[in-house]
Design a protein around this ligand. Structure first.
Ligand SMILES: Cc1cc2nc3c(=O)[nH]c(=O)nc-3n(C[C@H](O)[C@H](O)[C@H](O)COP(=O)(O)O)c2cc1C
Length: 332
C-alpha cells in the first residue's frame, strides 16, 4: 500500500475494510478487542483507545474499523452540505518521522450521506460523530452549520465532537477564541438541552482543539469549557509547526502535521488542560501515538481516553493492542 499515492491507498484500504469485515477476514487479520472497560462522559467504553476523526469521514468503514481492536470509533468531520475539499495531492507521508502532512479541507459527502452510510453498518459500539462547517459558510454564520449537524446526528451518536481546530478551513481556528467560542458553546448547549428532551437521551458534546495555542490561550479555553459545562475536550488536532521534520521531503507542504512530531506538543496541551480543568470535564488525548508507551503517557498526563490516526497508518492494528496493554499496565 505504501507504494501507492497516499490518498489512493487510503481509499482502497477504507473501501476494502467493510468487504473484509463482511467476509470475516478482519477477524483473522485484525486485532483482538482487549477489554479494559471505563466510563467517561457517562458512556461505557470497552477500552480507552479509539480511532481519531478524519480517517473515515463518511462513515463507510465503521464495521471494519471496529474489528481493529478500537474501543470506540469517531467518524467525520462531516459538514451540512457535501464538499470536495482542496485540490489533490493533499496528503503527504513523511515516513522517517512516522508523520503525515494533510490539507484535505473537510472533503466529505455531507451529513445526510454519512447518516445513510451509518444506517447500513452493523456496529453497535461507541460511535463519535465529528461535525464542522462548510468552507463557504462565513464565520459569522458558523454556529448555524454546527447546530444543523448537531440536530441531524444527535439521534445516532454516542458523543458528538465539535471540530474548531482544523487548520485547513480558512478562519476555522478563530472559533476557538473569545466571544466566537463562547457564542458557539452557548448555542450548542441550549440546543443539546432541547434535543436531550426530544430524544429522551443526553448525548455528550466534546470540543476538539489545536495544539498551537499559548498557555494563556489554553487557560481561557479551559475556563470557557468549564463555564458552559461542556462534556469533554479532545486534544489535539494537527499542528502548523514543522518542528521535527525540517529538511525532510514534503516538510514544506501546506497543511497540518500529525504523527510522532506532534506528540510532545499535544501531551503538553493535555497537561495544561488537566491542571486548569481539575476534573471538571474529561480529556481525550490524541496526537503522535506511535507506540504503546505514548498512549500510556497521554493517560498519565491527564487524559481519560486516547485516539490514534497517523500511528495506525504506519503500524496498523498492532498499535491499538499495544496501546490498550500499555494503559492497562499503568494500573498494575
Ligand atoms: C489525513 C488526515 C485527515 C484528518 N482529518 C480530520 C478531520 O476531518 N477532523 C478532525 O477532527 N481531525 C482530523 N484529523 C486529525 C486527527 O484526527 C488527529 O487529531 C491528528 O492527526 C493527531 O493525531 P495523530 O498524530 O495520531 O494522527 C486528520 C488527520 C489526518 C492525518
Amino acid at each position: 500500500m505504501f507504494q501507492l499515492d497516499p490518498e489512493l491507498s487510503h481509499n482502497v484500504a477504507l473501501h476494502s475494510m467493510n468487504l473484509a469485515s463482511a467476509l470475516g477476514v478482519n477477524k483473522l487479520l485484525g486485532a483482538e478487542k482487549l477489554s479494559d472497560p471505563v466510563q467517561v462522559m457517562g458512556i461505557n467504553f470497552p477500552n480507552r483507545v479509539g480511532l481519531a476523526a478524519g480517517l473515515d469521514k463518511n462513515g463507510i468503514a465503521v464495521d471494519g474499523m471496529s474489528e481493529m481492536g478500537f474501543g470506540f470509533v469517531e467518524v467525520g468531520t462531516v459538514t451540512p452540505r457535501p464538499q470536495d475539499g482542496n485540490p489533490k495531492p493533499r496528503i503527504f507521508r513523511l515516513p522517517e518521522q512516522r508523520a503525515i502532512i494533510n490539507r484535505m479541507g473537510f472533503n466529505n459527502d455531507g451529513v445526510d450521506t454519512l447518516l445513510s452510510n451509518l444506517d447500513k453498518s452493523r456496529y453497535k459500539g461507541v460511535l463519535g460523530i465529528n461535525i464542522g462547517k462548510n468552507k463557504d459558510t462565513p464565520n459569522e454564520n458558523a454556529n448555524d452549520d454546527y447546530l444543523y449537524c448537531l440536530r441531524k446526528v444527535y439521534g445516532r451518536a454516542s458523543y458528538i465532537t465539535v471540530n474548531v481546530s482544523s487548520p485547513n478551513t480558512p478562519g476555522l481556528r478563530t472559533l476557538q477564541y473569545g466571544e466566537s467560542l463562547n457564542s458557539l458553546l452557548d448555542a450548542l448547549k441550549s440546543e443539546q438541552a432541547k434535543l436531550a428532551k426530544f430524544h429522551d437521551r443526553y448525548v455528550p458534546i466534546a470540543v476538539k482543539i489545536a495544539p498551537d495555542m499559548t498557555d494563556e490561550e489554553l487557560v481561557l479555553v479551559a475556563a470557557s469549557l468549564k463555564s458552559y459545562e461542556m462534556d469533554g475536550v479532545i486534544a489535539t488536532n494537527t499542528t502548523l509547526s514543522r518542528e521535527g521534520v525540517e529538511g525532510l521531503e514534503y516538510a514544506d507542504e501546506a497543511g497540518g502535521l500529525s504523527g510522532a512530531p506532534v506528540r510532545n506538543k499535544s501531551t503538553k496541551v493535555i497537561r495544561t488542560l488537566a491542571n486548569e480543568l481539575d476534573g471538571a470535564l474529561p480529556i481525550i488525548g490524541v496526537g503522535g501515538i506511535t507506540e504503546g508507551f505514548d498512549a500510556a503517557e497521554k493517560i498519565e498526563a491527564g487524559a481519560s481516553l486516547v485516539q490514534i490516526y497517523s500511528g495506525f497508518i504506519y503500524r496498523g492494528p498492532q498499535l491499538v493492542t499495544d496501546s490498550v496493554r500499555a494503559i492497562q499496565q499503568l494500573a498494575e
